[in-house]
Design a protein around this ligand. Structure first.
Ligand code: NAG
Ligand code: NAG
Ligand code: NAG
Length: 327
């Protein structure tokens, strides 16, 4: 019986290794090179778990690693050396560490070499890069050049200011889909985002206004989160959100006094906790139902979820539940 169990285990192991498409020699090399501080599951050999270990530096990462988890440590420097062999890396999770853009306060020149290292260290195969909750205040010019597979960049909860996010710093991200810049120190909309950006998260900054036509440069943007900023209606140009690609628009906890113009394709709209005084049907339903022609499918209003609670809306809407479903 024991024999049968171990046989089954070996079969399981072989099955999942084959599932990850890994030759036996590579599998063995990978398991043997597992850093002693980390956990390398035998049934998932491309993953290396080094999270929550109090690490101050990144250990030597084995060659065949695709998924590297380093969150919740005390890492200050993204060292090129530790990642030198890990050229196949696809996901790198470094949330909640102490990485700064300046390195370890060695003056500007050293800082630059550290930043250069950062560029060298990131393999071209990288698809997800999570750097949330560190102390990053600058994105060095060209640091992402060559990362043309990167689709997700999470920089939430750092110390980025307006001059940190520019066309020069984001150059090379030709396939970026999601960028998370929430909880930084931005006062204006980031510039130079790649036109492939679909999900843009900017909650919890101090953004006051949006330049007219801002989203013309982002023809695929569909999910836009700007909750907990300082937007006033005077800082929101009339047609700026009237963009047909936007499906989900979140503007909770700002200082808007008017409902912004939206496109008929919008599905979710959060406007709660602003200073809006009145809402009219045409605000939230940009195309009159009477004039909708079923054959012109594009013009059918799609808004399905709307939040307006926490505003200063007058009697017209009294009695309407705070979170209403529009149909
Ligand atoms: C990295 O690659 C070198 C050269 O192939 C090898 O000697 C070394 O053992 C590798 N290190 C790890 C951690 O895989
Ligand atoms: C919104 O954009 C559409 C399509 O470009 C346009 O037809 C419509 O008039 C705009 N709505 C407002 C209120 O400006
Ligand atoms: C209208 O668009 C929806 C969603 O894009 C689609 O599922 C539906 O078939 C379309 N209806 C007509 C009449 O074209």
């Amino acid at each position: 019986m024991a024999h049968l169990t171990s046989l089954l285990c070996i079969l399981c192991l072989v099955g999942s290794v084959i599932g990850q498409d890994m030759p036996y020699e590579e599998y063995m090399a990978q398991i043997q090179a597992c850093p002693k501080e980390c956990h390398c599951p035998r049934n998932f050999p491309r993953a290396v778990y080094c999270d929550n270990k109090g690490l101050k530096t990144i250990p030597q990462i084995p060659t065949h690693t695709w998924y590297l988890y380093l969150q919740n440590n005390l890492i200050e420097v993204l060292s090129a050396d530790a990642l030198r062999n890990a050229t196949q890396l696809r996901w790198l999770t470094l949330n909640r560490n102490k990485i700064t853009s300046e390195g370890v306060e060695d003056g500007v020149l050293n800082a630059m070499s550290h930043l250069a290292h950062l560029a060298i260290a990131l393999p071209a195969s990288l698809e997800h890069l999570r750097l949330s909750r560190n102390r990053i205040s600058k994105i060095p010019a060209g640091v992402f050049i060559g990362l043309d597979k990167l689709s997700l960049l999470d920089l939430q909860g750092n110390k980025l200011m307006d001059d940190a996010v520019t066309e020069v710093s984001l150059k090379g991200l030709t396939n970026l889909v999601q960028i998370n810049l929430a909880k930084n120190q931005l006062t204006s909309m980031p510039l130079g985002l790649p036109p492939t950006t679909t999900q843009l998260f900017l909650d919890g900054n101090n953004i006051e206004k949006i330049p007219a036509g801002y989203f013309k440069g982002l023809p695929k943007v569909a999910f836009l989160r700007l909750n907990h900023n300082k937007l006033e209606s005077s800082g929101v140009p009339n047609d700026v959100f009237n963009v047909s690609s936007i499906l989900d628009l979140q503007l909770s906890h700002n200082q808007l006094t008017e409902v912004p113009v939206i496109s008929s394709g919008l599905e979710h709209l959060l406007l709660d906790h602003n200073k809006i005084k009145s809402v009219s049907g045409s605000n939230i339903c940009p195309v009159s139902i009477d004039t909708v022609d079923d054959s012109i499918n594009e013009s059918v209003p799609r808004l399905r979820y709307l939040r307006l609670d926490g505003n200063e809306i007058n009697h017209q809407f009294r009695g309407m539940s705070s979170s209403a479903s529009v149909s």
